[in-house]
Design a protein around this ligand. Structure first.
Ligand code: NDP
Length: 431
């Protein structure tokens, strides 16, 4: 695989490097897969547009909008929208490429896509966010639909943004189908979608802890980075399983709470008030230290869940975690660990799960949201949660069994990539 031509897209190049250095020789040396490799690294279509929206002062502002349809061999294009100033083609290609394999791992019929904008919802009024979402959808709506391409949320696109986006979709298209997932319940969303990614990574970790170390969450000190959707519901499920989440962060600060972080206080701070994490200290009557964002990985813990953003945990952080006795690192975010950090975990027999496997719960429940729409059904929370548990258990088993078959039991990167690449490649060859 010639990565050099992607030198101007470092994030995408990192994703390709991770995939193609982990594939087994039986795939890499098989001539029938060579042509697939060439095809699979190029998106089917890249849609780019300008988003012109009005701020509260009446000025017209412009941001870039994107939708990358990567591959639909496994079903409709499916993947979230990210609104963050760092968004560019390289990051979206990284995420879209990963999404192809993640979606295959869920066992549901979904292809890979990603999209978003360099718009920053932080610090904007509700009215400005609404104006932006309507302007974004005005450009995107002709391209999406339940049988073609179904976006969802991601960083910066939560329940509020999905509501505006879906209302705009209905207004511009005149349709009311399941062309967006992660919708609020009153707009046809699925129960358990909000919780799905955070719960899913915890279910995955539970299976891995049992299989590799014959242990569970009880009494474990846990770090969960970030404090957005994934991090919050990871905090909730880990706590329910008997773990103590002692540290979380946002893009400014880390909080260290040795007696544990209270889910409801944190949820209300982040979801209801959109506050900053350092404010948590003033909301509880307990020992809390406010540190720098990066200090999070220096805190001694048994388990770590990077749930914030890509490349937030590098090799120096990995060394600290290993020296402090951490036994498992489970990615809730997309590619939060650099590849050398991940390889160091694997070498040291720290259980390490790549995001494409362990954070697939979100897109899995998005797939279930589409299924409910198509069947005209509404499933109770417990039913969706049970299906999610089953999906995460199956993902772990497929990754683990494949890694073991390849003689590298601790290498879940190899497990996930070989299982999913072969599945997708065989489908592409059968067309
Ligand atoms: P949110 O926007 O809800 O939250 C992101 C969180 O990460 C915020 O707390 C943000 O803090 C924090 N953050 C951003 N950059 C940094 C940084 N450099 N260091 C520390 N914290 C940081 O996003 P989600 O929770 O939805 O997504 C988190 C990750 O999970 C992303 O990688 C996403 O792609 C992935 N993911 C999400 C899924 C979902 O269902 N939501 C599904 C699968 C993957 P601040 O407020 O300061 O910006």
């Amino acid at each position: 695989m010639d990565y050099e031509k992607y030198n101007d897209q470092p994030e995408f190049k990192a994703a390709l490097h991770e995939m193609f250095t982990s594939l087994d020789d039986s795939i890499l040396n098989d001539p029938k897969y060579a042509a697939v490799i060439e095809r699979i690294v190029e998106p089917d279509k890249i849609i780019t547009f300008d988003v012109k929206w009005k701020d509260d002062q009446g000025n017209i502002r412009v941001n870039k909008g994107y939708r990358i349809r990567f591959n639909n061999v496994n079903g409709v294009y499916k993947g979230g929208l990210r609104f963050h100033p760092s968004v560019n083609l390289s990051i979206l290609k990284l995420l879209g490429f990963e999404q192809i394999f993640k979606n295959y791992l869920t066992g549901l019929p979904m292809g890979g896509a990603k999209g978003g904008s360099d718009f920053d919802p932080k610090g904007k009024s509700d009215n400005e966010v609404k104006n932006f979402c309507y302007a974004f959808m005005k450009e995107l709506y002709p391209y999406i639909g339940v049988n073609i391409d179904v976006p969802a949320g991601d960083i910066g696109v939560g329940g509020r943004e999905i509501r505006y986006l879906y209302e705009a979709y209905k207004e511009y298209s005149g349709k009311s189908d399941c062309s967006l997932t992660g919708k609020p319940l009153d707009l046809g969303g699925s129960l358990c979608r909000t919780e799905a990614t955070g719960y899913g990574v915890t279910y995955f970790a539970r299976g891995a802890l049992k299989t590799y170390k014959d242990t569970n969450f009880k009494g474990k000190k846990v770090i969960v980075s970030g404090s957005g959707n994934v991090a919050l519901y990871c905090l909730k499920k880990v706590t329910e399983y008997g773990g103590t989440v002692i540290a979380m962060n946002d893009s400014n600060n880390t909080i260290y709470a040795p007696n544990g972080i209270d889910f409801e206080t944190m949820r209300a701070l982040k979801e209801d008030r959109r506050g900053r994490i350092k404010e948590y200290k003033d909301l509880v009557n307990d020992e809390v230290t406010v540190l720098d964002r990066k200090d999070i990985w220096s805190i001694k813990c048994d388990l770590a869940f990077p749930c914030a953003t890509q490349f937030e945990l590098d090799i120096e952080d990995a060394k600290k975690l290993i020296a402090n006795g951490c036994i498992g690192v489970f990615e809730g975010a997309n590619m939060p660990c650099t590849l050398d950090a991940a390889n160091l975990f694997i070498k040291n027999k720290v259980i390490y799960s790549p995001g494409k496997a362990s954070n697939a719960g979100g897109v899995a429940v998005s797939g279930l949201e589409i299924e409910q729409y198509l069947k005209n059904e509404k499933w109770p929370f417990e039913e969706v949660d049970l299906k999610l548990k089953h999906i995460m258990k199956t993902i772990f088993k497929n990754c683990y069994d494949t890694a073991k078959e390849l003689g590298d039991e601790y290498n879940l990167i190899k497990g996930a990539n070989n299982f999913a690449f072969k599945g997708i490649a065989d489908k592409m060859l059968s067309l």
